[in-house]
Design a protein around this ligand. Structure first.
Ligand code: NAD
Ligand code: TYD
Length: 351
């Protein structure tokens, strides 16, 4: 079972797992504003894929689905995932990420207890989390390891930190075989166009301003979503029970570098009618309140113990991403028209 399989990373995971031919995937998703079944168009009708519409907070329904579908592995991605939305409305993050994860754990524990001995041993609950639980780093030093202390800054990262603690508690207290992973910023196809990279691509194609928070000096460590999906399979199948794994692409960039690279890719592929560079659209806007300076993942443990390495560099992954958005307006244009028009979010409380 993949929870949140209609989201950005979850849909990449569903496509990857079904594509291996080794799994039958049950996608459990509530279909919030961020969920899109169109991202899974290629899997519709596939014998090894089924969609189940449910909220992870609905313990009875989830318990029933776990039993009906005879689930033997759970990969948990369902969440509210956008930092700016967590500034505007933190309670949805507490409900889904904290209460929802604990509700899901309760249903999964009941299901796990009812399995035979061999199935109980093989069972895994894999919690997909973020490096943002570790807070932020100085601009010029340090990396996050699996031992970094938890120090979340935003309502989003605080809710994810709480969910990590609940997952560990279900392991320590009830013996549920769990494994965790904390990854850096993902990017790639089917990314909801409110996050930096897809927002900038869509705005640039629509001749809209490209909003850069503050001076654009904040640093993120970028990971191509398909590299992440492969990493998640290895964590789920080969990770040590009770352990966590950091996953990152060793690709730190300032936000301004990211936006400038997108502009250069678009200048080459889709020149503006005016003949001017897309760089002209860059607009510096009020900074995010509590904006974490820098994230940087040390993925050594995942590389050494799981044998995982990313296949894309930031440059090749970003070029693939820009090409995908150029070719797939059918996916993102209706979202911009009907669900999110690109307006600024997360300014509540900004100084
Ligand atoms: P997303 O917002 O694109 O998708 C979230 C999915 O969860 C949606 O399909 C939504 O409908 C579903 N969902 C939300 N609430 C639900 C509920 N109560 N019950 C069932 N389904 C529900 O998110 P994403 O970017 O794909 O992130 C997936 C996971 O990875 C999240 O747990 C997130 O915290 C984590 N993560 C994401 C990133 C990133 O860069 N995107 C980085 C680190 C970790
Ligand atoms: P985002 O994609 O929201 O991911 P996260 O906050 O989880 O890292 O933002 C990535 C970075 O880009 C972050 O430092 C905030 C910045 N940003 C902008 O400068 N402009 C924007 O319009 C958005 C959405 C983000």
């Amino acid at each position: 079972m993949v929870t949140g399989g209609a989201g950005f990373i979850g849909s990449a995971v569903c496509r990857h797992l079904v594509g291996t031919g080794s799994y039958r995937v049950v996608n459990l998703d509530k279909l919030t504003y961020a969920g899109n079944l169109t991202s899974l168009r290629d899997l519709e009708g596939h014998p090894n894929y089924v969609f189940r519409h449910a909220d992870i907070c609905d313990t009875d329904k989830v318990r029933q689905i776990l039993a009906d579908e005879q689930v033997d592995l759970v990969m948990h991605l369902a969440a509210e995932s956008h930092v700016d939305r967590s500034i505007d409305g933190p309670m949805a993050f507490v409900t889904t990420n904290v209460v929802g994860t604990a509700s899901l754990l309760s249903a999964v524990l009941d299901h796990w207890r009812g399995l035979g001995e061999d199935a109980r041993k093989r069972f895994r609950f894999h919690h997909v989390s973020t490096d943002e639980v570790f807070g932020d780093l100085p601009f010029d030093s340090g990396v996050f390891t699996e031992e970094s202390p938890y120090k979340p800054s935003s309502p989003y990262s605080a809710s994810k930190a709480a969910s990590d603690h609940f997952v560990r508690a279900w392991h320590e207290t009830y013996g549920l075989p769990v494994v965790l992973s904390n990854c850096s910023n993902n990017y790639g196809p089917y990314h909801f166009p409110e996050k930096l990279i897809p927002l900038v691509i869509a705005n640039a194609l629509d001749e809209q301003p490209l909003p850069v928070y503050g001076k654009g000096a904040n640093i993120r460590d970028w990971l191509f979503v398909e590299d992440h999906a492969r990493a998640l399979e290895t964590v789920m199948t080969r990770g040590r029970v009770g352990d966590s794994y950091n996953i990152g692409g060793r690709a730190e960039r300032t936000n301004l570098e990211v936006v400038e690279t997108i502009c250069a890719l678009l200048d080459a592929r889709r020149p503006r009618a005016s003949g001017r560079s897309h760089l002209d659209l860059i607009t510096y806007v009020t900074d995010r309140p509590g904006h974490d300076r820098r994230y940087a993942i040390d993925p050594t443990k995942s590389e050494r113990e799981l044998g995982w390495t990313p296949l894309e560099t930031f440059e090749t992954g970003l070029a693939r991403t820009v090409d995908w958005y150029l070719a797939n307006g059918w996916w993102w244009r209706p979202i911009r028209e009907q669900r999110f028009d690109g307006s600024r979010q997360g300014l509540v409380g900004a100084k």
